[in-house]
Design a protein around this ligand. Structure first.
Ligand code: ADP
Length: 629
């Protein structure tokens, strides 16, 4: 289905998925069926849970039968109406009394006690097994979503804010949890309803029909009530989010607020929203309590009808007294499902919007082109890179224009150019983060597009400017779960890039836990760790975007030395910002407006007195030593 979505359409979809608020929409059976795909693997547990609720419901309906038919009609009144069904309860009681020699009233109470214990135990087990089914299914769904998002390309993340996907996935999966648990609750209410209905029709059709007539009235009232509360609850949500937003803006901009003496004004804005919120909350409470009282009264009215009609019939011996009492017990079973449906109404419909967003996210199949007939690379490649008439744009605008150059095995090429000239783009294409035209980049004379992306990434080590730290130990961050990297290999790599100095000074050394985003590491230390990570992975080609942050001279020296180590015997492409790094390169490539302007050694380019010469004069004038000196 989504394979047929065109690129243009999918872009539009994307924004609707992640920008839309939950407004609630109609019940969509397609989504429900899709949700059941995740329940499928746990269907045994689900069926067991449903059989438990059916058993519990049968017992719940039999309990009043024991009281009315056996105790009242059979024992107290002593005139069991043999024409009316008792579902075998009198026979069961006679059998138990005969077997044990107990008085009938005692054996009837024993049956009642056993039924009630079994009934509640079954309900309890049903709730546990149902919750387990739902939790297992949602665990699988969350995993599927995570793995789906892992395989979306960078172009996807350029368009969609990551925070948005995150909150949507967590909130929407939570909404589905509520939906499924709500469905479970409805099953737990409607099963007894239908079983009670069958029992009541078997006992007295006319009285059952009187009761059934009340149901559409309850349903219509509940429907209109929920429509009203839905609006009020939306107003409450709106005012709560306004309160939060207002508070957040004020707290984070407190200095500006105080400098401009806006405290009173802002307080009055906050007071107004707060007042609105309170008014809507009170409105909701009035509605809810009003509805509760109304429904309670309706239940009692239904009881009055039963006593009026049923009592009259009992006096004329048309039905037994036990039957009238039985019906009064069933009234609650009739009304409860409608009340619960009303309670779950908003949850169910809001969850539909969440389900829609989850499925649209799962239907997004945009991915990096993978070769149909992948090229097989030898165990060790030479490491020659060639760019042949490479042109590229993220969207309609060209970022790289007809770029052609070759990097020989083992050669070190520095890429320089003004900001926005396309240097990082060049690196991103080498990491296969975006699709580019076939036969424009070659690795050892093999078209890069014919090599599977995971293979490309294991041969070309890319060090990005922003070194991403995952929560875990230092060693975890060097090894990144790669089974080919042993602990010793990771430690050796850290030593070669001089990262061992700061690591060994940490309280737990290589096992020191790192906070996510690495706040407990300095810029220079992060850079060294990034080098250790790439060296441990031992790729044949190194592509590096040099960090621009200023680092103290001593660390700078360590970094330069580490860089020299990792570039050894390795084809390297460096986006260089430091003169010293450029000095390490065999050749320098100058990009401007996405086009290759100059390519040659430092001396050659200086002699040209072109872009490199100007850049050199402007950017590097504060560096005292120049290459070659
Ligand atoms: P440099 O690394 O030389 O500063 P970049 O390769 O980052 O330049 O960017 C080159 C051009 O591509 C810039 O005009 C930038 O705005 C644009 N660009 C970079 N990344 C993206 C992206 N993900 N989506 C759209 N345009 C981008």
């Amino acid at each position: 289905m989504s394979d047929s979505i065109t690129e243009g359409n999918s872009r539009k979809l994307d924004h609707s998925i992640f920008d839309a608020d939950i407004h609630g929409q109609s019940m969509n059976m397609v989504y429900l069926v899709r949700i059941f795909n995740w329940i499928g693997p746990h269907k045994k547990l689900a069926l067991f849970s449903i059989s438990l609720v059916i058993s519990a419901s049968i017992l719940a309906v039999l309990l009043p039968v024991v009281i009315s038919r056996v105790v009242i009609d059979g024992i107290i009144v002593g005139e069991p109406d043999l024409l009316l069904p008792d579902f075998g309860m009198n026979a069961l009681n006679d059998w138990l009394a005969g077997l044990t020699g107990w008085q009938s009233i005692f054996s009837a109470c024993t049956i009642f006690g056993v039924f009630i214990i079994c009934c509640h135990t079954f309900y309890h087990l049903h709730r546990i097994t149902f919750a387990r089914t739902v939790l297992h299914s949602l665990r699988d769904m969350r995993l599927d979503l995570f793995s789906h998002m892992e395989h979306r390309p960078s172009s996807f993340y350029d368009r969609v804010a990551v925070g948005r996907i995150m909150t949507r996935i967590t909130n929407d999966v939570q909404a589905l949890f509520e939906l499924l648990m709500g469905l479970g609750m409805l099953i737990g209410e409607f099963v007894p309803f239908f079983i009670a209905l069958v029992f009541m029709l078997a006992i007295d059709v006319k009285l059952t029909l009187y009761l059934l007539m009340a149901i559409p009235i309850f349903a219509v009232i509940t429907y209109f009530f929920r429509m009203t509360t839905r609006r009020v609850y939306r107003q409450i949500r709106n005012t709560v989010s306004q309160l939060n937003q207002n508070l957040q803006e004020n707290l984070s901009g407190m200095q500006v607020v105080q400098l401009s003496n806006r405290e009173d004004k802002n307080l009055s804005v906050y007071r107004d929203i707060n007042k609105d919120n309170q008014a809507h909350e009170i409105h909701a409470i009035y509605l809810e309590t009003g509805y509760g009282a109304f429904m309670d009264n309706m239940v009692n009215m239904a009881l009055a009808v039963i006593i009026w009609f049923g009592g009259g019939s009992a006096m004329q011996d048309a039905i037994s007294l036990g039957s009238v009492i039985l019906f009064t017990q069933f009234v609650d079973m009739f009304i409860r499902p409608i009340r619960v449906l009303g309670m779950q109404y908003n949850v169910l419909f809001r969850a539909m919007a969440s389900a829609e967003r989850i499925f649209q996210a799962l239907d997004w199949h945009e991915q990096i082109k993978e070769p149909k007939h992948p090229a097989i690379l030898p165990e060790r490649i030479k490491g020659k890179l060639e760019f042949r008439n490479l042109s590229f744009g993220y969207d309609s605008q060209q970022v790289l224009n007809d770029v052609s150059f070759t990097v020989q095995p083992g050669e070190k090429l520095a890429v320089v150019g003004p900001t926005g000239s396309g240097k990082s783009t060049l690196i991103r294409l080498l990491g296969r983060f975006y699709d580019f035209n076939d036969e424009t980049i070659f690795l050892d004379d093999i078209d890069l597009n014919t090599i599977p992306s995971h293979e490309v990434r294991s041969r070309i080590g890319v060090v990005l400017q922003d070194f991403h730290i995952f929560s875990g130990s230092i060693l975890d961050n060097i090894m990144l779960g790669n089974p080919g990297i042993t602990r010793q290999k990771a430690i050796d790599a850290a030593k070669i890039v001089h990262a061992n100095r700061f690591i060994e000074a940490l309280p737990m050394g290589y096992d020191e836990p790192l906070v996510e985003r690495g706040q407990n590491l300095s810029q220079g230390e992060r850079q060294l760790l990034a080098f250790a990570r790439v060296l441990a992975a031992d790729p044949e080609i190194l592509v590096l975007d040099e960090a621009t942050a200023s680092i103290d001279t001593e660390t700078e020296q360590l970094i330069q030395d580490a860089l020299k180590q990792i570039m050894q015997h390795r084809t390297s492409i460096l986006i260089a910002h430091r003169l010293q790094t450029i000095a390490e390169a065999d050749r320098i490539l100058v990009l401007k407006h996405g086009a290759l302007k100059e390519l040659g050694s430092h001396d050659e380019l200086m002699a040209l007195k072109g872009v490199y010469y100007t850049l050199n004069q402007l950017q590097f004038q504060d560096v005292s030593t120049s290459p070659g000196e």
